[in-house]
Design a protein around this ligand. Structure first.
Ligand code: FAD
Length: 310
């Protein structure tokens, strides 16, 4: 393998975390290749109202487009395809794309995000980011005084539903499953706080252009709602990191230290794939830049010698 074909860093994922890492690495004058299959959380319709510097908010799609434009002004290589497999090859890491191309890097930054489990009724994608959300931190504030349906089928979801009372009195919990997984204690608390629990499944919604009017239930009837919060869980995209031997938490996230190192030397992780809480653009950008900075240090030969004696 000719050495000029080995990048200083391969970045898996082109969301805010991956792009922040790539831009910072390029600004360390390192050669970088980003593999991105597109999509991810930053590709829905949401407006980010809590990201600093945008008084009127900025749509996630616009932010991502601007970040990619920023990256394009630097010598960063992109392959718009998924990494299907990664492996260690001598002192390097190799990533194979779905199309079968193999690329190599001296370090690897994993920024592959998570996969949400939104309710799968026809046309659901139109609603995500407009009136279907999952995150109380990002979008709880928009629900002030509005009617919300919280789709939750475990105690974590039930407890989050209680937190919505900080914003609105019109909260309903919907199990979206024939079997309700909420425990007795949480059920009692919901009841005591005036939150109705409905054990039924979503058949569809009534609405237009992504704006919700009501949720249709399988057993008949509708629930009027302005917003739906889907707390059905998420799957961290941590399989590739796991295949390299990276430690994965019991919730499926890649475990890192505060400098975004994983337990595998030369492999770093950033963004939603590293943490259970605080899934935020600001966090993703912070972790992306931190991962790039740590990767840059490890690429210095003197640093590698120093690390051996730590
Ligand atoms: C409805 C909604 C509303 C939100 N509102 C806000 C908000 O108001 N404020 C806020 O700060 N945050 C908000 N968020 C959260 C925010 O979007 C995420 O925290 C952020 O996108 C995380 O960035 P990331 O780069 O880690 O992951 P992502 O943005 O998900 O990017 C991951 C990228 O990796 C790619 N990828 C995955 N696997 C592979 C692979 N094997 N090979 C190559 N590429 C791969 C994906 O396709 C994707 O492009 C919201 C999210 C949603 C869904």
């Amino acid at each position: 393998m000719p050495s000029e074909l080995v990048y200083d860093a391969l970045v898996l994922g082109g969301g805010p975390a991956g792009l922040a890492a790539a831009i910072q690495l390029a600004r360390f004058n390192r050669s970088v290749l980003v593999l991105d299959e597109g999509g991810g959380r930053s590709s829905y319709h949401q407006v980010n109202h809590n990201y600093l510097g945008f008084p009127g908010g900025i749509t996630s799609r616009d932010l991502r487009r601007l970040c990619r434009e920023q990256a394009s002004r630097l010598p960063i290589a992109f392959i718009d395809d998924a990494a299907a497999a990664v492996s260690r090859q001598g002192s390097c890491y190799a990533a194979r794309t779905r199309d079968g191309m193999e690329v190599h890097g001296r370090t690897l930054v994993v920024a592959t995000g998570v996969r949400d489990r939104f309710p799968g009724f026809p046309g659901w994608e139109t609603y995500v980011g407009r009136s279907i959300f999952w995150c109380i931190v990002c979008d709880g504030y928009s629900t002030r005084g509005r009617r919300i349906v919280v789709v939750a089928n475990d105690d974590d979801g039930g407890v989050t539903a209680l937190q919505f009372l900080q914003f609105t009195a019109h909260v309903t919990v919907l199990s979206n499953s024939a079997h309700c997984g909420l425990g007795t204690k949480v059920r009692r608390e919901l009841e005591a706080r005036g939150i109705r629990l409905i054990e039924d499944e979503i058949a569809g919604v009534l609405g237009h252009d992504g704006i919700l009017g009501a949720v249709e239930l399988k057993r008949g009837g509708t629930l009027e709602a302005d917003y739906l919060f889907s707390l059905q869980g998420i799957t961290p995209a941590s399989e590739l990191a796991a295949s390299l031997g990276c430690e994965i938490s019991h919730r499926g996230y890649i475990v890192t230290d505060m400098e975004q190192r994983t337990n595998v030397p030369g492999v770093f992780a950033a963004g939603d794939v590293t943490r259970d809480l605080a899934h935020q653009i600001a966090t993703a950008v912070h972790e992306g830049i931190t991962a790039a900075t740590t990767a840059n240090y490890t690429l210095y030969a003197a640093w590698q010698r120093h690390e051996q004696y730590r």
